[in-house]
Design a protein around this ligand. Sequence first.
Ligand SMILES: NC(=O)c1ccc[n+]([C@@H]2O[C@H](COP(=O)([O-])OP(=O)(O)OC[C@H]3O[C@@H](n4cnc5c(N)ncnc54)[C@H](O)[C@@H]3O)[C@@H](O)[C@H]2O)c1
Ligand SMILES: O=C(O)C(=O)C[C@@H](O)[C@H](O)[C@H](O)COP(=O)(O)O
Ligand SMILES: [Zn+2]
Length: 363
Amino acid sequence: MRTLKVSTGEQTYPILIGRDLYARLPEWLRSRGIGPDRPLMLVTDTHVGPLYGEKVAGPLRAAGYRVGEASVPAGESSKSLEQLSRLVEEGLRFGLDRQGVVLALGGGVVGDLAGFLAASYMRGIPFVQLPTTLLAHDSSVGGKVGVNHPLGKNVIGAFHQPLMVVFDVSTLRTLPRREVVSGYAEVVKHALIADASFADWLLRNSERLLRLEPSLVEEAIWNGCRIKAEVVSQDEREAGLRAILNYGHTIGHALEAASGYAGLTHGEGVAIGMVGAAMLAEALGTARDVVEPTKRLLQAFHLPVHLAGEWPEEKLLELMRRDKKARGGVYAFVLPERIGSVRLVRGIPEEAIRRVLRRLKSG
Ligand SMILES: NC(=O)c1ccc[n+]([C@@H]2O[C@H](COP(=O)([O-])OP(=O)(O)OC[C@H]3O[C@@H](n4cnc5c(N)ncnc54)[C@H](O)[C@@H]3O)[C@@H](O)[C@H]2O)c1
Ligand SMILES: O=C(O)C(=O)C[C@@H](O)[C@H](O)[C@H](O)COP(=O)(O)O
Ligand SMILES: [Zn+2]
C-alpha cells in the first residue's frame, strides 16, 4: 500500500492507495476517531453498489458499525439538487445524526454528491472518500464537493475535506473502457501542469496503463494524487495556485453544461479543453510548441483532441464567461507555459477563443 498526506491549515488526512483494502476500513475509521457508536451512511450508485457495496459494508457491520445504504442512478445527471434532497431524506429515515459519517463509494459523481451531502447535512458531518474510478484519484482529493446546475458545472458546492481517502485499485478491474480512458485525462492533466518527467513516463507507458497493469496504474494514481495533494496543501480554497488544477476546464466544463451533462464525459471535456488552452497559449504568443506534445500524449491514451459534432459557439462563450475563475464576465483560462507548467491568465480576448473553438472543430 502507498500513502500520501494532504495538509491544509485545519486538518491533515491520509490518502491510502492499494489493493483489497476494504477489510481494513474498521481499523482505519477507529484510528480517525470514528468508533462503532457512530452511524455510517454508505452512498453509492447503481453500477458500483452491486459490485462493491457489500465489500465495504460487510467488514464494517462485522465490526459492530450500523451502516445505512443509499444509491443514486449512475451518471453525471445524479449530481443534482434532486438527488441531494433524496439522499437527505434517506439519511433522516436511517437515523443519520450529527455523529454520523458519510462513506462515498464510487466515481467523481458519487464523491462530489455525497461529499456535498456531508458538507451540508445538519450543517456538516465528516465523510470518507472511497474512489472506484481512475478519474476519482482527482475528485476524491482536495475537498471540492458539489452538484451541477443547468447553467453551470459545479456551481452549487462547498469545500469540505474528507476524513481520509481509501483508493482500492482492485475496483478498477470492472471499469468500462470509456471510463478508463476518461480517467487518464486528469492523470495527464496533473503531469502537464506540474511534472514534465511524469508526462514522459505516461507517454512511454500509455498502452500498459490502458491495459491497467496493476503496478503501473498504482504508480500513475500515486503521482496524480501527489501533485494534487501538493497543490491543495498550499492553497485549499483556490485563492491563487489551486486554479492550475483547472487546466482544460474552462472549455471542458462549458462543453459538459452545453451538452446537458450527457454528451461527453468529464475527462473527454477536459482533454479537448487542454488542447484548446494550448492552442490559445500559442496563438497569444505566451508559449511555443505545446499543442502537438499535448495532443500526442492525449492521443496515446485514446482521448479526443478535437470537437466532433455541432456545438453552439455563443452558448459555449456564455458558459465560459460564467466560469468560476472569471471575474466580471472577463474570460480566464489556465494556459500552459511549457509542458509541466501552467498559469492562470485573465482577460483573454473573445476573438481568440472563437478562433480556438473553430480550430478544435476542424480537427
Ligand atoms: N471534486 C473534484 O475535485 C473533481 C475532480 C475531477 C472531477 N470531478 C467530477 O467527477 C465527475 C466525474 O467522475 P467519474 O469520471 O468518476 O464519473 P462517474 O462517477 O460517473 O463514473 C463513471 C461511470 O463508471 C461507473 N463506475 C464507477 N466505478 C466503477 C467500477 N469500479 N466498476 C464499474 N463501473 C464503475 C459509474 O457508475 C459511472 O457509470 C464529474 O462530475 C466531475 O466534475 C470532481
Ligand atoms: O480540485 C480542483 O481545484 C480542480 O479544479 C480539479 C478539477 O479536476 C475538478 O474537475 C474540479 O471539480 C473543478 O472545480 P471547479 O471549481 O472548476 O468546479
Ligand atoms: Zn476535473
